[in-house]
Design a protein around this ligand. Structure first.
Ligand SMILES: N[C@@H](CCC(=O)N[C@@H](CS)C(=O)NCC(=O)O)C(=O)O
Length: 151
């Protein structure tokens, strides 16, 4: 176990790197929400209104809500991947397969945000990005169970 969770293990290093990428990505969603609120002068609380001239309290700005939904979708999915990922590393998986799954998962989550908030493409683009991430997470779960329980 010590060797699996060490910088000597290429799979663990890949996991750590992409986990950090996804964590920073989620923080950026908070910043993007704040920036969009400021740009649109629509704030969540009365004490924030003075931050911009002609600011107002508004709970249903479509642009702000879109970014909030993308962020919420990250909150629903990425922490699960972070847990699955560490269990996956501990299962000592095939190096190439593991690194590919981790990289692909990160790419699909970033693409999910892009098609949800930046270049809004018609469905099923977003559903596809979401589903690919979900399938990767589920694949890792199955591989973990197979490895630990020899099923
Ligand atoms: N909480 C999600 C569960 C299903 C889900 O995550 N769907 C993906 C693919 S359509 C999605 O991007 N949902 C949009 C969202 O969570 O705002 C929802 O209400 O839509």
């Amino acid at each position: 176990m010590n060797d699996l969770l060490s910088s000597k293990n290429a799979v663990f290093k890949t996991y750590v790197f992409y986990a950090v990428v996804l964590i920073i990505k989620m923080f950026l969603m908070s910043l993007l929400t704040g920036f969009t609120r400021y740009k649109k002068k629509t704030f969540i609380s009365p004490e924030d209104v003075g931050l911009a001239t002609q600011g107002k309290v508004k709970y249903d700005d479509p642009d702000v809500e879109r970014i909030r939904r993308a962020h919420l979708n990250d909150v629903e999915n990425i922490p699960i991947f972070l847990i699955t990922g560490i269990l996956f590393v501990l299962s000592n998986p095939n190096e190439f397969l593991a690194m590919t799954l981790i990289r692909l998962y990160t790419a699909f989550r970033i693409l999910h945000t892009i098609v949800y908030t930046m270049i809004i493409i018609r469905q099923p683009a977003r559903a596809l990005m979401f589903s690919c991430g979900l399938i990767i997470n589920l694949t890792m779960c199955v591989l973990i169970v197979i490895k630990f329980f020899h099923v």
